[in-house]
Each structure stands twice: as C-alpha cells, then as structure tokens.
Design a binder for this molecule. Structure first.
Ligand code: GDP
Ligand code: ZN
Length: 367
C-alpha cells in the first residue's frame, strides 16, 4: 500500500508541504471512535491518533474538525505517547448535511469522497423528487454523481430505460446505469469507477440493493463495526461508526450511519412533499387534532365526498401519516442515542484535552 492507493494526490502533497513540520506524517482517517481516530499511513499501517490541542482550539465549528476521509498530518508519539493529529489538510470534496433539529451546524459525513453512487430502482423506489434531493446533496459535496437503476431483472426493459431517461433529463451530468446487483452487473459498473485512489460511497433508500453491492465489493460478509444497538445503546464492537475501507480489488468505500441517516431524512421529506396538497387541506379541518376519520368538520373527508380528492389518495394519506410518525419516532430515538453518545464523547475528549494542555503547560514550566 502507498499513499496513492489511499487517494493521495498533488493537491494534498502541496497542502501538506505548507503545514508539515519535520517528522509529521501524512495519514488518511478511516474511522472515528468514541475518543479518537484511526488513520492509515503510507505503509498501510493503521494507527490510533487524537486531535491535537491547537487543532481543537483553532476549529471554528464542528465541520472544521477532522472527519473520516480527511487527510491529516500526524505526529507519531514515542512508545508511551499518543499519536497526535497536528493539522487537517484542505478537502477536495466534503459530503455534509445540516445537523438535525434547529441548529444550523454542519455535520461532515465524509471528506474527500470522489464518487457518490445513488441507488434506486424503476419500481416502487422510483421518485424524481428524491433523486433531485440526492443530486443537490452530491453537487454540494463536489463529488461526481453516478446512478444505478438497480433490480433491472424485476422490471421490463422499457420501464428501466424510461426511469434512466428521466433521471438523465433531471441531471444531464450524471452517469446512469441500469443494473441487476443479484446478477453482478452492479459490481461490474462500480468496478469501472473504483480505480486506485478513488473513494466511493453509496446512498439510496433501504431495500434498493446497497448492502448486496457492498458485500460483493468486499468479497465476503463484512461487519461494519459500531452499529449502535438501539436497545442497549452499545456498539456491537468497541469502536464506533464511520468507516473507510480499502477494497481488495482497488479503490475505497465509505459506509457509515451518517450516510444511512441521509436516506431517512430525505425519505421523510419526500413522503411529505408527495402529499403536500392533501396536507394543505388539513389546515381547513375544524379541529387542529383532526384525525380525518369521521371527525366533525374534516376538510379532507369533505373533499373526498365532493369528488375533489381521490379516495385512494385519501387512504394513502392516512397511512402516510402513520409512516411518517414511525419514521420520526425511529429518528428521535436514534438522535437521542447519538446525542447521549456525543455528550459523553465530548466530555471524554475535553477531559483528555484538558489533561493534555495541562501536561504541555507543565512541560513548559507554566502554572
Ligand atoms: P439495501 O437496504 O439498499 O442495503 O438493500 P439490500 O442489498 O439489503 O437488498 C434488499 C433486497 O433486494 C435483498 O433481498 C436483495 O437480495 C434484493 N436485491 C438487491 N439487488 C437486487 C437486484 O438487482 N435484483 C433483485 N431481484 N433483487 C435484488
Ligand atoms: Zn380532518
């Protein structure tokens, strides 16, 4: 393994030269755990490292701090000492989103991803609005969008081609492929993109075939570490989330809970959007807590009776509310777990940081 295998280019070389002091090494962050990061060095060695005090202090916001996929300058500690991330190199691309809730904090999901593959199918998952959202996200990141219209074996060719055509029309720059993951066609397409040094990630609704593709790329059943167990709040392993893997046949893959959350978040919005007209009607219901099921003064039921609203759409809307409730219940629960973890993590990090600052002061003979 060399730095090139990991995606090192002239861009990073130049940036590194400007910041690096003697004995600092370039490394790429592949995993974030509760208290530190794992990085790969040019010889393929994996080291654990912590964010240096100055880097912490200089960060204006969370997004400035190192994230999985970032190239960093690492100062290796001695036998006893920690390895310290001294600098984060500028990002070529940055896959991020607004943090959930009211805060306008930006969360970096993964840095320096070259290609984002949006997976969908020509059947139930096909939704141009959702595609549009994904494209917006990808465009903002600076990565190249690639689309797989997967599960091609389940639909007739005309339907697949029509779906692909509509996506191309929506996003003329995107490369759109019709694939069947179960027939290994998806793998073939992904391999075209996964040249040495290229980092790829996959997004898309659940059930479209992402795990199938990931497993084929990894060549074996692979357990992503650190999936949070929603019942116990514990990770399946000791490490937590966010991983970048060097693939056996070249290229790298990022898969992490952040990317999976992007799906939930887009899907809820898309669901709501597709029934915006019915949602509008609820404003005219007599009671604010109208359940639209035999309630007095229900505007939706009135609209159905008068033929202004299709009865099937009305039924869909009733189910949709349940779906959205369920979705947000799951998301809230997840968010609570994540926040609880986050608080604990920042306490741990802060404690380490205080210790370190104190240590540095002691060394300099300050009080
Ligand atoms: P994910 O939620 O996006 O990770 O989707 P999965 O990879 O778990 O796939 C969901 C289901 O669809 C699984 O039963 C897969 O075997 C199946 N599946 C995935 N890709 C294809 C495909 O190209 N054709 C067909 N027929 N089934 C597929
Ligand atoms: Zn109502």
């Amino acid at each position: 393994m060399t730095l090139t295998t990991l995606g090192w280019t002239d861009f990073f070389e130049q940036a590194f030269k400007q910041v690096a002091k003697e004995a600092w090494l370039p490394g790429r962050l592949i995993r974030e755990t509760k208290i530190n990061f794992s990085a790969l060095l040019d010889d393929g060695e994996e080291v654990e490292c912590v964010v240096g005090g100055k880097l912490w202090h200089d960060a204006g916001c969370d997004a400035d701090l190192p994230a999985v996929g970032d190239w960093v300058a690492i100062e290796l500690g001695g036998d006893e000492d920690e390895h310290i991330i001294r600098a984060r190199l500028p990002r070529k691309t940055c896959f991020s989103r607004k943090a959930p809730g009211k805060s306008s904090q930006e969360q970096v999901i993964a840095a320096n991803v070259d290609i984002v593959v949006v997976v969908t199918d020509a059947g139930a998952d096909f939704n141009l609005r959702r595609m549009e959202r994904y494209f917006t996200l990808v465009a903002r990141s600076g990565a190249q969008p690639v689309v797989l219209v997967n599960k091609a074996d389940l639909f007739d060719q005309k339907q697949n081609e029509e779906a692909a055509r509509q996506i191309r029309e929506l996003m003329p720059g995107a490369e759109v492929w019709i694939t069947s993951a179960t027939q290994h066609e998806g793998l073939e397409v992904l391999r075209k993109y996964l040249k040495e040094g290229i980092t790829l990630t996959m997004v898309g609704s659940s059930g479209v075939g992402k795990s199938t593709l990931v497993n084929q790329l990894l060549g074996e059943e692979w357990l992503w570490t650190g999936e949070v167990n929603e019942v116990t709040g514990k990770g399946r392993h000791t490490t937590v989330s966010r991983e970048l893997v060097v693939l056996p046949d070249g290229g790298m893959l990022v898969d992490n809970p952040g990317i999976r959350e992007v799906q939930m978040w887009t899907d809820e919005e898309t669901l709501r959007d597709s029934f915006a007209d019915v949602e509008e009607l609820t404003n005219e219901c007599k009671f604010r807590d109208c359940k639209h099921q035999g309630d007095k003064g229900c505007a939706i039921e009135a609209a159905v009776k008068e033929g202004r609203l299709n009865a099937r759409r009305y039924e869909g809307f009733l189910r949709l509310d349940e779906e959205i409730d369920e979705l947000s219940r799951r998301r809230k629960k997840r968010q609570m777990i994540v926040e609880r973890w986050g608080k604990r993590n920042s306490k741990v990090k802060a404690r380490n940081l205080d210790d370190r600052i104190q240590l540095e002061r002691d060394e300099r003979g300050e009080l």
